[in-house]
Design a protein around this ligand. Sequence first.
Ligand SMILES: NC(=O)c1ccc[n+]([C@@H]2O[C@H](COP(=O)([O-])OP(=O)(O)OC[C@H]3O[C@@H](n4cnc5c(N)ncnc54)[C@H](OP(=O)(O)O)[C@@H]3O)[C@@H](O)[C@H]2O)c1
Length: 262
Amino acid sequence: MTMSRAPVPRAVLVTGASRGIGRAVAHAFAQQGDRVAVHVRSAVDEGRETLASLPGTGHVLVVADLGEAEQAAGLPAAAEEALGEPVRVLVNNAGIATGADLAHPPATTDTLTWQRHWETYLRVNTLGTALVTHAMTRRLVELGLPGRVISIGTRGVHKGEPEFPAYAASKAALHAMDASLAVALAPHDIAVATVAPGFIETERVADRLNSPAGDEIRAGSPFGRVGRPEEVASAVLWLASPEAVWASGATLDLNGASHLRP
Ligand SMILES: NC(=O)c1ccc[n+]([C@@H]2O[C@H](COP(=O)([O-])OP(=O)(O)OC[C@H]3O[C@@H](n4cnc5c(N)ncnc54)[C@H](OP(=O)(O)O)[C@@H]3O)[C@@H](O)[C@H]2O)c1
């Protein structure tokens, strides 16, 4: 007879968990009994709110600017120190998303602005995330421990982001990095996957959803609405589960059928 055993709690690092998708992901892991390192860049008060809202015990707050290489590379060690054990699951959620002040449509953007936005997006979203991921996975390889990495990419990689080409490219690099790491790290029992959300209702985009543009955004999906942070969180939770190891290397579209690809 097989006895069902309660899952062993894991140490999970969720980057960018001050609000939005990151906060929902932190909540989902804590809800199933894992211990979460809640990461923020500067929104320490909001990070503390996330921390206080998590069910269970043993969660911690860690602060790092992923635009600073040393801080990004040092984040998994800081989380390990605070949690008292190595990070076994990394959720790469932190990033600079789209926002009016960062728009850079190619036809009307001057060279310097174009360069500045490319540097910003690539430095934080791509290089910062790559440094965190490298440090976390190297540590697991060194210790001979299995692990999971799940990155939050975007539908924009496949659909295009005409106002934010550098944002889409910075996330496309993550999709590609995850595919390569899935192959490279499978022999070490580390599975790597990506989710590609469409429009998700977070604090950051509340004003746009409440503006006249909101109806058009909702109409992008045949469900007539945008996604919810909890819907991204449940997919991430599944990708981090023992049942999902065979999804390593996959990119999971989470866009309410708003953009289908073969
Ligand atoms: N919402 C959507 O529609 C949507 C769709 C597709 C993909 N995504 C992706 O999903 C992720 C979360 O989206 P969201 O809407 O929840 O974003 P959000 O509300 O803007 O939250 C972004 C998080 O990233 C952190 N962050 C930003 N810059 C950072 C830096 N330089 N170093 C470290 N942390 C940094 C922020 O920390 P602080 O608060 O401390 O600054 C915050 O916790 C992003 O990667 C985004 O690109 C979102």
